[in-house]
Write a protein that binds this ligand. Sequence first.
Ligand code: NAD
Length: 489
Amino acid sequence: MAEATAQQAATYKNFIGGEWRESEGGVFDVRSPANGELLYRAQRSTVDDVHAAIRAARQAFESTEWREDTAARTAALSKFSEAVRGRHQDLAAQLTRESGKPFPISRGEALRLAETTSYYAGLARWIFGRSQIPQPNSISMIMREPVGVVAIIVPWNAPLALLARAIAPALAAGNAVIVKPASYTAGSTVELGRIIESIEEFPKGIVNVVTGPGNPVGAALARDDDVDMVSFTGDTSTGREIMRLAAGNLKKLSLELGGKSPTIVFADSNFDRAIRGAINAASFYNAGQICIAGTRVLVEESVHDQFVGRIKEMVPKMKVGPGWEKGVEVGPVISAAQLEKITGYIETGKKEARLVVGGQRLTDGDLAKGYFVAPTVFDGMSPDATIAQEEIFGPVMGITTFKDLDDAIRLANHTRYGLVAAVWTRDINKAMKIATRVRAGSIWINTFGKMYQSTEMGGFKQSGLGRQYGLEGLFEYTELKHVNIQIEK
Ligand code: NAD
């Protein structure tokens, strides 16, 4: 089944106004990061293609009943969810081919897309405003309306899960969308266009997919006056650039950006669970390419040696290889550029801290064909070190010790990011002090990575603007309108 999909997908076209269109800009190649094999080609779109997609979205938004027909939106999203669930093995196989990540992780992502669209399918009928009598003979209605045309720009590290939490609420709220996937994972996103096309409740042009580089394709979307909102997930520096581009017509923005998250391990924690939790948080399973990755591990002084000892024993056992091989726990990083960036940080880390695990590219046998990096751990990482402050976005964990609760809070907050934090302790008072004093959008106590469709997530500080998931994640894609009626006496 996977092979058939790859052949059909030899050249992906843009999906604009319900039609499959080629770009005048030609195509680009997408290769496997695990072995360099050519997987497919996709359109290198031009600014003209972007304008065509914006026109199609605007036309669909203005001329159809989509924005007022909540039942149609529920039906469309429910059918989409069912279709994704039905094809999840196929989509996961595609995602593993293009990203190299372990197949079970890809399958989880495809199912997450199904679950998130199902959740927002229900909420499409739960978009209420309020009413009020602010003074005699005056009635006010506060109505919630869609924003209009929303550009959704996503990265390659978890393309289906990250697209899901933007496209599902945007459509549930009644918007028209233009999706710009990252080039490395364009195929799995364009595949979704085929599903959209098969569902009659989606008016043509309500969902458009345009592939190509961040500049000019993403930039043209961020700049255009006829786009009302940009929902962006990616690097903090790109988020800043999008904010600048979006200033022209003061677009609404949802920005989900980078992180450098702390995992805090107290001596009184359930140590076995804390160690496994810290390894899971470091996100080696996605070669560390996860925004919420707990890359700064803060360990209480008294258990430091024991902690490092266990990490040195466990991390090197992780199986590295192409994600389609059974038992693989760590796939390749996405590209040559990413490999170079990560190994550069590892060399810096060797000067700044003590390397205790990994520390190099892996080139044994077939691994030489791909971009594999050994899961890497540094100990004695100073809080001001480059590797403690900059997002590496690779399989690299750094360990720093702390003395007491106040020290742990100070170190946890010693970053420009504020996406998530995890704490491992059996003392509820310590846990709740961390929960209230650490500046991050999600705090996990004795667990990591719990993200539900119904619970908001997002960044403090330079990790972003706005929230994803839950009701707030839906309301991001709405505008409030006040309508007032005077009753004649
Ligand atoms: P990136 O910022 O390089 O690219 C993200 C997307 O933006 C891609 O589709 C890219 O083509 C596009 N883009 C690039 N330049 C653009 C421009 N000038 N204008 C408009 N669009 C442009 O990020 P990446 O390397 O693909 O992804 C990794 C980053 O994403 C990391 O920093 C990671 O932390 C972050 N991330 C954040 C979250 C979160 O929830 N906060 C989730 C996943 C990833």
